[in-house]
Design a protein around this ligand. Sequence first.
Ligand SMILES: Nc1ncnc2c1ncn2[C@@H]1O[C@H](COP(=O)(O)OP(=O)(O)O)[C@@H](O)[C@H]1O
Ligand SMILES: [Mg+2]
Length: 261
Amino acid sequence: MSEIITIANQKGGVGKTTTAINLAASLAVAEKKVLLVDVDPQANATTGLGFNRNNYEYNIYHVFTGRKKISEIILKTELPKLHLAPSNLGLVGIEQELAKDENLEKKIVLRQALAEVADEYDFIIIDSPPALGSITINAFAASDSVIIPIQCEFYALEGVAMVLNTIKIIKTNINPKLKIRGFLPTMYSTQNNLSKDVVEDLKQNFKEQLFTINDGDEDFIVIPRNVKLAESPSFGKPIILYDIKSPGSLAYQNLAYSILG
Ligand SMILES: Nc1ncnc2c1ncn2[C@@H]1O[C@H](COP(=O)(O)OP(=O)(O)O)[C@@H](O)[C@H]1O
Ligand SMILES: [Mg+2]
């Protein structure tokens, strides 16, 4: 059985997609079979791996509507162990369609869809949209755990209570096994005192939820601000295939090792 991890934070631009792509790729390079599932209508994880609309006809929208099985939309990527379930702008409509249904159980379609392929992968990583609507609820309902990227900037922790509360509601009502895998400080800059403050804040409040390479370590994993991480999607590549030795690449490899335990 695979471990299903959603990358979530209702704020946009905090590093969700960057984390989803690069964690998935780092796990795949570590010989794990990985499926990256893009459920953001903006489809940044899809384009970031080099796919544009002309490369694929069917996408996660067709899975949400029940027209396709997930196995019918999966694409192979440049990394042999990494597969992608692509998204597309068409997914925007799903948010309203699902919202219409009063019955929570009926809104939950992704969990069943992923069950079809769960045995084929070691990890399924879900990149979610910047909202806590029906799509993200579907991701939470389908997942074993959640990673919450926290951008090292002003008001970083503002809004964290909201995502934690949503996770709690899902846990109580539809998915009791859902856990928080961890908080991941992103875009950390050594030149910026704010960055240090945010990580200090996280240590104070969520120390147990920060990633370390070894258990009991005080060396917490932070993702540095690294221009290579911002550049690599425009080449359609995860950082590990674009600049394997860059600080951003090394940080995501460390995150993968931490998750492998
Ligand atoms: N560690 C980083 N260093 C530099 N740029 C980053 C880093 N993480 C993300 N970015 C850039 O910041 C922007 C937002 O990141 P993204 O992963 O798309 O966030 P989200 O999915 O939460 O909206 C993107 O342009 C991305 O390339
Ligand atoms: Mg994104």
